[in-house]
Design a protein around this ligand. Sequence first.
Ligand code: ATP
Length: 344
Amino acid sequence: MQIEVRNLSKKFGRVSAVDHVNFEIEQGKLIGLLGPSGGGKTTILRMLAGLEKPDAGEILFQGNKVNHLPPQERGIGFVFQNYALFKHMSVFDNIAFGLTVQRKSKSEIRDRVHEMIELIGLQGLENRAPHQLSGGQRQRVAFARALAPSPQLLLLDEPFAAIDAKVRKELRTWLREMISRVGITSIFVTHDQEEAVEVADEIMIINQGRLEQKGTPWQVYKEPLTPFVAGFLGESNLLHNPAHIVGFESAPRPHSEKARVLIRPEAIEVGREHEISNLSAAALGIVRSVQFRGSVWQVEVEVGEHRLLAHRTLEKETLLPGEQVAVLIHSLHLFHDEQSLFLE
Ligand code: ATP
């Protein structure tokens, strides 16, 4: 299902939970709503579901306005963190629930539930009660229950929040595969950026009720539109007072108070002088700390008044705290008023 949201707004008392949000989602896409706690992600999801009434704005499914439709008439499946399985029902009956509500025939229900059980790979567990399943298995059943009535849109609110880290990773990949196999438009809420980046076709960064940016994870990482997005997604050096950045002296100098410069750690080359690719453009710095980060060394280096995080490949010798090094900045983003500029 294709989704469009226009000027969607919702206040709770004086809190603007969702503030003039606009977006479009293409059929079949998996979208991650990402942002800090209290940003408005759940409220957006609940309005799409029909569980919360917008103060203003329009929600369109396939071009048709659905604002007035109750949840059960919107063709939506839910997997909510707190939308637990029915405890006293078997796996089979849980998955059959929506079909029973739709008054499908017994044989239709049986066929569909079996299809779903096969899809989630839990054959043989049909008669188990939820407490006889692992957390991961329970979430698979919740997923099957949501999909059984063939919804056009799947909404997932922190679906893996209650699950431990390792299983959570497996479930993510699993969910990604299931959703592309079924081909259903899906939106999930998370505040885990790794989860959003790994799973979603596109992410939407929500902050203080506003949609800051929408795009593929790579686009949003590579070309953040605001300092907030830059700081929220991935590691970054955000400088307030970029008075003098070696190699970029001719870059436009931002004047406004709100101006920021973003330099990603991987855009900073740091090393002993003989290692640096273009020494004449480099600045001098002092290493303050070095940390092993699994795939790189993370070096904290002091350059003038700035402290910068830089990445250094593991093949290179480790640097030592206190050591003088050369620092070369390969690219940066300039946020100036409402504009963002990428410089190399
Ligand atoms: P989290 O990641 O913590 O779930 P979120 O991004 O989903 O946060 P929302 O739950 O949508 O954010 O909340 C947005 C704002 O609206 C918050 O300030 C929250 O306190 C407020 N809010 C949400 N629901 C209600 C409600 N029913 N009554 C009053 N205020 C609410």
